[in-house]
Design a protein around this ligand. Structure first.
Ligand SMILES: Nc1ncnc2c1ncn2[C@@H]1O[C@H](COP(=O)(O)OP(=O)(O)OP(=O)(O)O)[C@@H](O)[C@H]1O
Ligand SMILES: [Mg+2]
Length: 521
């Protein structure tokens, strides 16, 4: 086992590095009501290095970033830049100091165009108080091209996909010549190809001497990209590691505070006897779904792998009735299935946990308990049960969920908005899992969920499938397909091939998604 590099308070630097951190944080504390979100955390970030900040959901990562960005004020502690103490009490202060941020909750203005969003607070954009658009547009265009963006500058942000919005946010922070860039879970909504582009950008930033503070729950990328790793646990500094000195398992233990089993590959023999619950034939909705034929068997977990634009989310939306197909057929249990809207899909026992959960799955200003009662009111129809959950029952159910998924909330009456990003995800996913649909479609179920809670989520999904629910799981984290019975690879709007669970390794799936490999079965 690798010992943590140091945990004692005080300055100093990590082993073998020249003195003089670019940014150093000393004894940072912050509380919200009764919750100590940060408790005396110290950290040093060096120019030209990638410093990863990891920790379970609610550990305090985003809080730290928000303080550095001047969005929140610390109760205690100090921040120095280049050895000199600085005060950051508003976002403009951070910008002036050359600190740039991509927050977990993108703060883009949906009604503004891409360009207008990118120009917000861009110093180069003002001359005599007026916006001079030409240089801004040129700069924005360059940056977006470098990011491989496939949308125009005059598109409204509201019309962009989740990952495209990330690209805008990333572009906005790259437009400024920053000394440090902090990224709070940048790859959470990126598929493999986009993530790779981001990694190249991160490496390039570091090579140009920029310090990068990088937050992620995907530990492989953390180990791959970073030199230093700081682990937060319950708002405290738990460990510091050199990335070259730790492996995934050690890091996981350091984050969760206990041993966590690696994802166990589902080795059940592909069961050809089990019949199909849903049959999809020749389903088309241009441009993204171009003739999908696929069976979903009873009680299986069927993964759907693919790159961005492969058509996975669109396929899910067709099945859920959120969109109508131009042609093709679907049957459920041998009967025609042509939902005219989600209500009809739900009535037949089909549920979708959408990719964009914060906006589609939650009422942020309402309590956890209220959010739970809402979900159930629609879904109880499947069990011909009560139309609504009473407030008391909702609280009881919410409490059970909090317990089961280790959701970090001070009470079930807490506004969902006050939960950390990953804990919000857990609320949505668990609320759907609790119900008993016949077909459950999960679009990126573990985005933003920490490594410990993930293991629990997988167990619950598996138990649901064993109890007879068919599960379709779309994911960009190819490792989690290990829990699947089968994995369909989608490419350019069609199902390229279906791989049996035991063969659905990350390498095989990656090459199939890119269309470069004939591996698999
Ligand atoms: N505005 C707020 N009001 C009340 N509590 C808050 C608020 N913001 C954060 N918290 C609490 O502070 C703690 C730390 O939250 P933070 O968002 O920093 O976690 P995180 O490490 O970023 O987690 P995640 O991985 O889920 O994004 C959590 O318990 C959270 O509920
Ligand atoms: Mg966070």
């Amino acid at each position: 086992m690798t010992p943590p590099v140091r945990t004692e308070e005080g300055g100093g630097h990590f082993g073998g590095r020249p003195p003089g951190a670019l940014l150093s944080v000393r004894g940072l504390s912050k509380h919200y009501g009764g919750i100590q979100a940060l408790d005396g955390v110290s950290l040093e970030i060096h120019a030209g290095q990638v410093h990863a900040l990891v920790g379970a959901n609610g550990a305090g990562k985003s809080t730290l970033v928000r303080i550095l960005a001047g969005v929140e004020t610390a109760d205690e502690g100090e921040v120095s830049l280049g050895g000199r103490r600085v005060s950051i009490s508003a976002p403009q202060d951070a910008t002036k100091l050359g600190l740039s941020f991509i927050h977990q909750e993108l703060n883009l203005v949906p009604k503004f165009t891409v360009l207008q969003n990118m120009a917000l607070n861009y110093e180069g954009s003002r001359r005599l108080g007026l916006v001079d658009w030409r240089p801004v547009a040129a700069r924005a265009g360059d940056v977006l091209a470098q990011l491989g963006a496939d949308f125009p500058l005059d598109r409204e942000v509201a019309d962009l996909s989740v990952s495209q919005r990330w690209t805008v946010s990333l572009g906005r922070s790259l437009m400024r010549d920053a000394r440090m860039v902090a990224m709070d879970e940048p790859t959470a909504s990126f598929a493999a190809d986009e993530a790779e582009r981001l990694f190249a950008i991160v490496r390039d930033l570091a090579a140009r001497g920029v310090a990068v503070l990088y937050i992620s729950h995907r530990l492989d990328e953390v180990l791959d990209l970073s030199q230093d790793i700081t682990v937060l646990r319950n708002g405290q500094l738990a460990d510091r590691h050199r990335a070259s000195d730790v492996d995934r398992q050690t890091l996981t233990r350091s984050i969760v505070g206990r041993e966590v089993a690696e994802i166990e590959r589902h080795e059940g023999s592909p069961d050809t006897v089990r019949d199909a619950l849903m049959r999809i034939e020749g389903l088309v909705r241009e441009p993204s779904v171009r003739g999908v034929t696929l069976d979903v068997r009873r009680g299986e977990i069927l993964g759907i792998a693919g790159l961005v634009g492969a058509g996975r989310t669109e396929l899910a939306r067709l099945v859920f009735g959120a969109e109508r197909a131009a042609s093709g057929t679907m049957t459920l249990d041998g009967r025609r299935f042509e939902p005219k809207g989600p209500h009809e899909a739900i009535a037949r026992g089909v549920a979708l946990v959408p990719e964009e959960r914060r906006s589609q799955g939650l009422l942020l200003k309402e309590s956890l308990a209220f959010n739970v009662s809402l979900a159930s009111s629609g879904q109880n129809r499947w069990r011909r049960g009560l139309p609504f959950l009473s407030a008391g029952k909702a609280r009881a159910v919410a409490r059970e969920m909090v317990e089961r998924f280790a959701i970090k909330a001070h009470s079930v009456e807490a506004d969902v908005e006050s939960l950390s990003g990953g804990n919000q995800q857990k609320v949505v996913v668990s609320k759907y899992l609790r119900c008993q649909p016949r077909l459950l479609i999960l679009d990126e179920p573990t985005v933003g969920v920490d490594v410990g809670a993930r293991a629990e989520l997988y167990e619950i999904i598996r138990a649901r499938a064993d109890a007879g629910t068919s599960v379709v799981m779309i994911s960009s984290d190819f490792e989690e397909f290990a829990i699947c019975d089968r994995v369909a690879v989608m490419r350019e709007g069609r199902i390229e091939t279906v791989v049996d669970g035991p063969h659905a390794t990350k390498d095989t799936l990656t090459s199939l998604c890119y269309g470069t490999g004939a591996a698999g079965s």
